[in-house]
Design a protein around this ligand. Structure first.
Ligand code: ATP
Length: 359
């Protein structure tokens, strides 16, 4: 047997209810006997206690040395790690699959065949954190062409900057087209943003996508204004394959997409840069259900599937994906958000037992 190279994965257990899914999900991966070494460097409150810093240099170095990070949602001080994983590691493409598996508790009467991926630009748009007082912009003498008045004349208030750069758009749009080519889907990219109102910024994103589409004659390309897209996504989600969109729309649309198949407990997320990837659930820390052992581990397990593929462990990814499919087909051990009465622990035990039985 050829010895496989050992991969290193940094694990961040996260805050509130996140450790309740991260700890058993890593245990599932460990039970699969994979060539992965999991590391848990200090972070957040524990790191503050030990080192005085929420995100010590050693933790940052561990992330740099690792092949990927498996990330539990954070709130509070450990969020510094998230900022590093995004901007420090330049993970510009946030890939959020929306795949209905029979047995999931979708609110739709016909969810069969929903299988699309939202590719959200992950680093710019309104998420640069450039906000402030409108008065600070006085010197720019900005005028609203729509309101036909000076910004300063609107009176006191706040602004936020939306930045759509050529480099930022190009790399995420190309990621979407490459994914459409690779995926076993309709070979279609849908571009969506508010290009009718935001002619300059979102207009540039759309124009750039249409230019890039010419490099991919084998992939269909269509564009929809984001409000029209949302209506189509709710009414005919089966029509979509790969959807590419600026940051804010992608954040909102992907939670909506999760709702189509049965909720946030089902939605994984992978963030890819040119030389790094981190993987997490699309949901947050679910503080309202923390400590109850009922948080659905599916999103985290499916994020693990994405991570295994990224690490080149396709066989293991297929096994774990097939086991999650079997969990829903069986539908006897599901968490309350899916209409079941099982605990998180019971679902993860079911997964481990199945993996042991069908190696
Ligand atoms: P963020 O802004 O960080 O994405 P959020 O404020 O949107 O977080 P979430 O933590 O995503 O909030 O939770 C939103 C709702 O979905 C909560 O009621 C939470 O309990 C529920 N939820 C989230 N994830 C799960 C899960 N895995 N299983 C069950 N319920 C979940």
């Amino acid at each position: 047997m050829v010895e496989q190279a050992l991969r290193q994965v940094v694990v961040v257990d996260g805050d509130d209810a996140s450790p309740e899914v991260m700890i058993p999900a890593v245990a599932v991966l460990e039970s699969m006997d994979l060539p992965i070494r999991f590391l848990r460097p200090l972070i957040g409150e524990a790191a503050i206690e030990a080192t005085g810093s929420a995100f010590p240099v050693q933790t940052r170095a561990a992330i740099d040395d690792a092949d990927a990070t498996f990330f539990g949602s954070t709130s509070g001080p450990s969020t510094a790690a998230l900022f590093y994983l995004r901007w420090g590691k330049q993970t510009y493409a946030n890939v959020r699959p929306c795949h209905y598996l029979p047995g999931m508790r979708s609110p739709l009467s016909q969810p069969e065949g929903i299988d699309f991926v939202i590719v959200r630009e992950n680093l710019e748009d309104l998420y640069l954190g450039l906000e402030g007082d409108i008065a600070d912009l006085d010197a720019l003498d900005l005028r609203s062409p729509h309101a036909r008045m000076r910004l300063a004349d609107l009176g006191p208030g706040k602004y936020a900057i939306k930045a759509i750069t050529e480099r930022g758009s190009e790399r995420v749009i190309r990621h979407a087209f490459e994914l459409a080519r690779r995926r076993d889907g309709q070979r279609k990219v849908t571009v969506t943003c508010k290009y009718n109102m935001l002619h300059v910024s979102d207009g540039a994103f759309r124009r750039q996508a249409l230019e890039i589409a010419e490099d991919y004659p084998d992939v269909e390309c269509e564009t929809f204004i984001v409000d029209d897209f949302l209506c189509r996504m709710v009414m005919r989600p089966q029509e979509f394959d790969v959807v590419v969109t600026p940051n804010l729309y992608g954040d909102i649309l992907s939670d909506g997409a999760a709702g189509l198949i049965g909720g946030l407990g089902l939605a994984p997320s992978g963030c890819y840069g040119d030389d790094y990837g981190y993987f997490e659930s699309a949901h947050g820390t679910a503080p309202d259900i923390a400590g109850r052992n009922i948080i659905n581990p599916t999103a985290t397990l499916l994020a693990a599937v994405m991570m295994l593929r990224y690490l080149g462990l396709d066989g293991a990814a297929d096994r774990l994906a097939a086991t999650v499919r079997a969990l829903y087909a069986d539908a006897t051990v599901l968490t309350p958000d899916q209409g079941g009465t099982a605990s998180t622990t019971e679902v993860c035990d079911w997964i481990t037992t199945w993996l042991e039985r069908d190696p």
